[in-house]
Design a protein around this ligand. Structure first.
Ligand SMILES: Nc1ncnc2c1ncn2[C@@H]1O[C@H](COP(=O)(O)OP(=O)(O)OP(=O)(O)O)[C@@H](O)[C@H]1O
Length: 774
């Protein structure tokens, strides 16, 4: 929707620009032109606690430069704030919980979306809501409520430092436009400075800045029904968000501010910016009704330590007034939390203005602002304490009654008539027209004052009587004083004596003090040694407990060990009997094998003798054959010689050469044969010698074998005896096995298995000897 359309929709409802939240259409029209912060309601809801939000600002440049330690930590997820300080002088560790917590890195948009946006929606549903910022000076109240300049809003997004008020305004317009509703909106903006109410929307001509003396405070009046109104407070009807931003900017510029050591632009007044929205609705019978909601945005002046803020002269009074009104606010909070019969709302204008927001029918949210720096620790703790207590305040929010449009128009006509009469009276200078309602209120106030004067007169008579009594008392006191002065003189003498005694006592006292100091020193030493002894004792106790647990572990292990050893013992005994049997068998086998081997050896000897005699016979036969061969050769050679002679004779001429060749060959053959014969003879001699040698060696070997077998037999016997002895010893050792881990039974097992292996090896050797013998 463009601006002109928005203006049009806005204007349709502006027929009744002065409408305000109210409980009944019968209510005075005069109220509608005054600032009625706390519109009345119909259906009472159940009590609702005031919502308390905590915001911690980041360290500012000065604090960063001074490297001030941070003492606040915000746990946004848990809604908790911790204050921790550990110095030699002070130890603080406190945690406070709130409905919501926003830490130093939190952004304006985040705070608005999470905490404020739902409140704005409640206003649009017809509730009166109040949001106020409370905290020490310079902690970010104005930053949170107003923030930076709105400037140009691009694509619906504000600059990041824009505060709650502009964002709330934007949301109200957005929602109303989206619902396409007929509405009217008006705003008021006031400040409370030094207990005076100033209108920040008053026309410019009458103002030349915040300190202009011509600025007139406006009156806060009782409405006769327990409420208040501000006579003559300007209300501006607004149709666009931009108009509100401008009003806000202009009003803020008029606000009382000053620079202090804690804030370059410190607000010296409390401000209340109110937006009242009327939305047209139709009832079931077609009657036009007006729904009304109101949002009050309160930026309180900062509580401050005058010394720390560096306030001087006029500023000290400002600070005093600020602190006074905040103190009253604190007392009101305390009274509400403690459900006291009397709540001191009337003690300051601030609490009178905020009455409905504290324990009334308004929905209230308090934003407590704190600094994270150690410098502000004390004030931060005060703020946290304050805000934490405020959480317990219960309000009873009620939705504003819908007002018939016709009733509003009637009221409006009456108001116009009243104003016309006032102007007429003013012009004619013949008095001021007072409407009946206001006349009644003023009459009631006058009556109340008369009653007050009467009671004061009564008080005066009573006080006169009291004075007379006091005069008498004074006279008696005078005589008493004379008596007393006499006594005093005597007492003074006594005092002198006493002083002397006192001096003596002081001397003694000094000595006693010195002794006490010594003793104290001793005691502190003793305490220290007691501490160290206690520590040692606790350490020893821990050790003992540890040892006891180890001992119990050890005992359980020993039990296991005993069981294991009993099992082992049984096993060893079984093995021992089994082994003894096996050894007997082995012994018998070895003895049998030895006799068998002896027999084998004897038969081997026989066989050997037999083969030797056989070989000898063969050799003799061979020698005879060789001799026979020699003879045959000799006869052959002789016959060859005969043949050659015959051939010589018959073929001497033709074959003379051949004969010589043959004779040469035959002589060579004879030489060769003789040579071979000699060689054969040598070989035969060698064989014969070898055979004799072998025969001797065999005899020797047989002897050695016999001796070796008897030794092996002896060795096996002694081995088996030794093993028997060993197993007996092993048995006794096993029975006496205790948790003495120095004597490892495993070693014994290793030994016995080695012995067993050795005896097996011997048995194998014996078997090998047998097979070799075979
Ligand atoms: N959450 C924040 N993030 C960034 N800057 C912050 C924040 N809160 C405060 N500041 C800055 O700290 C300074 C003081 O803030 P502001 O004037 O809002 O304090 P204040 O509580 O209103 O003080 P006073 O009570 O004196 O008016 C300002 O410069 C403001 O920009």
């Amino acid at each position: 929707m463009d601006h002109s359309q928005q203006q049009k929709r806005c204007n349709t409802v502006l027929l009744s620009p002065a409408q305000t939240p109210r409980s009944s259409v019968r209510r005075s029209l005069r109220d509608s032109l005054s600032m009625d912060l706390w519109g009345s309601n119909v259906k009472p809801d159940r009590g609702v606690n005031v919502e308390v939000i905590l915001r911690c600002r980041p360290l500012n440049d000065d604090e960063k430069e001074l490297k001030l330690p941070v003492v606040i930590s915000c746990h946004e997820d848990k809604g908790e704030v911790s204050v921790v300080q550990n110095t030699a002088y002070k130890q603080i560790d406190k945690t406070f919980s709130f409905d919501k917590v926003f830490g130093p890195t939190s952004q304006q948009k985040e705070l608005f979306d999470e905490a404020i946006s739902p409140i704005v929606n409640e206003v649009l549903e017809g509730y009166n809501c109040t949001i106020f910022a409370y905290g020490q000076t310079g902690t970010g109240k104005t930053y949170t409520m107003e923030g930076g300049r709105v400037g140009v809003v691009e694509s619906g997004e504000f600059p990041r430092d824009v505060g709650i008020i502009p964002r709330a305004v934007q949301q109200i317009f957005d929602v109303l436009e989206a619902r396409d509703e007929d509405y009217s909106m008006k705003v008021t903006f006031l400040e409370l400075y030094n207990e005076d109410i100033m209108d920040l929307l008053a026309p410019d001509e009458s103002l030349n800045g915040p300190d202009d003396k011509s600025r007139k405070p406006i009156a806060l009046m009782e409405d006769g029904r327990g409420g208040v109104f501000i006579r003559g407070l300007e209300q501006e009807v607004v149709c666009t968000a931009d108009r509100i931003y401008k009003i806000l900017e202009k009003g803020s510029a008029k606000r009382h501010t000053a620079d202090s050591l804690l804030n370059m632009q410190s607000s010296r007044s409390h401000t209340i910016f109110s937006i009242t929205i009327h939305v047209k609705e139709s009832s079931s019978n077609g009657e036009e009704l007006m729904k009304c909601g109101k949002l009050n945005l309160v930026d309180l002046a900062g509580s401050e330590n005058v010394v720390r803020s560096g306030a001087k002269e006029g500023r000290v009074r400002e600070a005093g007034e600020i602190n006074k009104s905040l103190l009253t606010l604190g007392r009101v909070i305390n009274a509400l939390v403690e459900h006291s019969g009397h709540v001191p709302y009337r003690d300051s204008k601030l609490t009178r203005l905020l009455r409905d927001s504290l324990g009334g029918n308004t929905k209230t949210c308090i934003i407590a602002t704190v600094s994270p720096s150690i410098h502000s620790l004390e004030e931060t703790l005060n703020t946290l304490d304050y805000a934490h207590r405020a959480k317990k305040i219960k309000n009873r929010p009620e939705v504003n009654q819908r007002v018939a449009k016709s009733e509003l128009i009637k009221d409006l006509y009456k108001e116009i008539e009243r104003l016309r009469q006032e102007i007429y009276d003013e012009r004619e200078k013949n008095g001021i027209y007072t409407p009946h309602d206001r006349f009644q209120i003023e009459e009631a106030e006058r009556k109340a004052l008369a009653e007050q004067i009467k009671s004061m007169e009564f008080d005066l008579v009573f006080k006169d009587k009291e004075l007379m009594g006091l005069q008498k008392l004074y006279d008696t006191q005078q005589t008493l004083t004379a008596e007393l002065s006499e006594k005093l003189q005597m007492t003074q003498k006594d005092l002198e004596k006493t002083q002397n005694t006192l001096l003596e006592i002081e001397g003694r006292n000094r000595k006693a003090n010195a002794t006490i100091k010594e003793k104290e020193h001793l005691i502190s030493h003793l305490l220290q040694s007691e501490k160290s002894l206690t520590k040692q004792a606790s350490e020893l106790r821990e050790e003992l407990e540890h040892v006891a647990s180890e001992a119990s572990n050890l005992f359980s292990k020993l039990e296991q060990q005993d069981k294991l050893e009993n099992g082992n013992k049984n096993l060893v005994q079984k093995f021992q009997t089994h082994l003894a049997k096996q050894l007997d068998v082995l012994h018998q086998t070895v003895a049998a094998s030895v006799t068998q081997q002896e027999e084998h050896l004897k038969s081997m000897e026989k066989d050997f003798d037999y083969s030797l005699s056989k070989k000898m016979g063969g050799i003799q036969e061979l020698t005879a054959q060789v001799r026979h061969l020699k003879k045959t050769h000799e006869s052959g050679i002789k016959s060859l010689n005969d043949i050659s002679e015959e051939l010589d004779m018959s073929y001497r001429s033709a074959f003379s050469n051949l004969t010589s060749e043959v004779s040469r060959n035959s002589s060579a053959l004879v030489g060769h044969f003789e040579e071979k014969f000699l060689e054969i003879n040598d070989i035969l001699d060698d064989i014969q010698r070898d055979l004799f040698n072998q025969q001797e060696k065999l005899a020797e070997f047989a002897e050695q074998q016999r001796q070796g077998h008897s030794k092996t037999l002896q060795l096996t016997r002694s081995m088996s005896e030794a093993m028997m002895k060993f197993f007996e010893t092993l048995g006794t050792h096993t029975s006496s096995l205790t948790p003495n881990y120095g004597r490892d039974p495993k070693n014994k097992w290793a030994e016995s298995s080695m012995i067993l292996q050795r005896s097996l090896r011997i048995a194998l050797l014996l078997r090998k000897g047998n097979s070799w013998k075979k």
